[in-house]
Write a protein that binds this ligand. Sequence first.
Ligand SMILES: [Zn+2]
Length: 172
Amino acid sequence: MTMSQDPIAFEAWSDNGSLGVRLRASVMTAIRSFCVSADPNETGGILIGRYVENHRFAEIVQAVGPTPDSRAGRTWFWRGTKGLQDLLDRLWINEGLYYLGEWHYHVRSSPAPSLTDDEQMYEISRDPKWSCPEPVLLIMSWNGSSAWSTAVFIYRRDRPCVGCSIQVASTT
Ligand SMILES: [Zn+2]
């Protein structure tokens, strides 16, 4: 699929306008279908993409689903690591894409990060293994019928998390 056939579905800026996140429609669709298949449990994975416009936008072009060693319940998700390093190596070499952060599903609740979510994201921002000092967290929530909400947060090492705007969308 080329970029022109895959329009931007979500674009949000941090409150001070210094950082933005952009998502392609195919990514939104992929995340929603992972959520529908996992429901009523949480699920999640990683976000792949690149920084554009002089590092001011994190453009997410792919969402990877749960690894086989991931574990989840109705109110928690633990993302495994099986196969991710190989995948990231391949994406970098073949397409110049890299790890941008995490996504997960909140079942029948708001897309606000929990304390555990915050802790994990700050940990990632400090972990040299991910080489990602400003990881993005995308939380998708679904009411079980037609209403979806998406919220995006950017965590910056040693600085407060910045929340981008929340988008509420309905599918018919
Ligand atoms: Zn969460």
